[in-house]
Design a protein around this ligand. Structure first.
Ligand code: PGU
Length: 397
């Protein structure tokens, strides 16, 4: 049996397991070190009471004759699709444009099936590694060149362009992965910038995959939370989002995608119809318990709890940011986003990662793991218990 050649193209390990491995190695060599993780963006605070009651009720119902349910619709509970459309999109998306999933990462992987291996992919550089790694796995990008993957169109997002890319580099007929608030830079695109992105996608006959996983961390009222706040986006953009970072569902697993009915391939066929076909074929629906939790998260009480939790992590972010700035380190993010992107000019980011681990016993994420333009940067995650974040900040000075 032949190995899928695309797998041979990918660099050995996915970023976060690689960091976990280095942490384990350090812990084994320094058994007394109390290591604090500001590395992977993994939630730490308990699920809040109203949302947790929704999950518990979902589980309880499974034990009753009246409440039991087995396989559900692959696209998700109608009530949840309706509630996402009304509570979160307020008319900008219809319930049959909402597809419930087991998380945004899984959707990003499955979405690649819509376009196949022939398509070009453009990504913000740096960006969440799944866009690029997923493109390599499906064969729409080639091998590692030493400075990025062959065939990926990297759109540098650096201090000089205020972390918003030069859109003129984007070729025709490609998927544009765009994440705002951005992981890892923490930059949030404003309305004019997203309008320019939509205009470019329409002109270049390209499709945007807009990752809004951190939209609930936006506090500035003028900043868009969804790409559909921009006119024309329904003709050129898919959006993915998730309850992971907002309701603390990183382990529960619940997300959604929006695939507008107005979105068409060059041939005129409907992308929504194909997405429905893919989801019904290779996905068997999100957990019914998770969906019961999702319904509770969209109640007004659940929305208040999400605000509370996201405020908590944003306060962590403010502490980290303040600490780094006091050390004379230039940072972005951390105000409308749970990530702080700290600049270590001219330094190799894996080296800085090791130095912080060795000196402070704090795990971070090296910027180079997010793309070539990430070298010289370190990402600090604000997901953590307050006491740990305070302790980490004390060690960083
Ligand atoms: N999209 C973005 C932009 C993310 O940063 C993450 C998680 C996800 C999607 C995943 O969402 P789910 O709904 O939970 O699937 N990023 C984290 C965790 C690492 C990972 O591999 O997902 C991070 O530290 O970047």
């Amino acid at each position: 049996m032949q190995r899928n050649p695309c797998i041979a193209n990918i660099k050995a390990g996915y970023l976060f397991p690689e960091i976990a491995k280095r942490r384990r190695e350090f812990a084994a060599a320094h058994p007394q070190a109390k290591i604090i993780s500001l590395g992977i963006g993994n939630t730490t605070e308990p699920v809040m009471p109203h949302i947790n009651a929704g999950l518990a009720e979902g589980a309880r119902q499974l034990g009753t004759a009246e409440g039991y349910s087995g396989y559900g619709d692959e696209q998700g509970l109608t009530a949840l699709r309706e509630k996402i459309a009304s509570v979160l999109y307020n008319g900008l998306a219809e319930p049959d444009e909402v597809f419930i999933s087991d998380g945004a990462k899984c959707d990003i992987g499955r979405l690649q099936l819509l376009f196949g291996s022939g398509v070009k992919a453009a990504v913000q550089d740096p960006s969440y590694p799944v866009y690029v790694d997923g493109s390599v796995l499906i064969g729409s990008a080639g091998g590692w060149t030493g400075n990025g993957y062959d065939g990926i169109i990297y759109l540098p997002c650096i201090a000089a362009n205020d972390f918003f890319p030069d859109l003129s580099i984007i070729p025709s007929d490609c998927i544009i992965y765009f994440c705002s608030p951005n992981n890892p830079t923490g930059a949030v695109a404003n309305k004019d910038q997203l309008a320019a992105l939509v205009k470019t996608a329409l002109q270049k006959k390209s499709i945007i995959v807009f990752d809004a996983a951190y939209s609930e961390f936006i506090r500035a009222p003028a900043l868009p939370k969804s790409i559909y706040e921009i006119e024309g986006a329904k003709e050129c953009a898919i959006e993915v989002n998730s309850f992971s970072k907002t309701a603390g569902f990183t382990g529960v697993r619940l997300g959604w995608s929006i695939v507008p009915k107005a979105l068409k391939y060059a041939s005129g066929e409907s992308v929504n119809t194909d997405w429905n076909r893919i989801c019904t074929t290779i996905f068997n629906g999100a957990s019914n318990i998770a969906q019961a939790g999702g319904l509770a998260a969209l109640d007004s009480e659940g929305q208040k709890e999400i605000r509370f939790l996201t405020d908590y992590y944003l306060e962590n972010a403010a502490l980290i940011r303040k600490t780094l700035i006091a050390q004379g380190i230039t940072c972005t993010g951390g105000d409308n986003s749970p990530y702080i992107w700290a600049c270590f000019p001219g330094r190799d980011s894996w080296e800085v990662f090791s130095e912080i681990l060795e000196k402070c016993h704090v795990v971070t994420t090296p910027g180079a793991g997010f793309g070539p333009a990430g070298n010289g940067y370190i990402r600090f995650s604000a997901f953590g218990h307050r006491a740990d974040v305070e302790e980490a900040c004390a060690r960083l000075v």
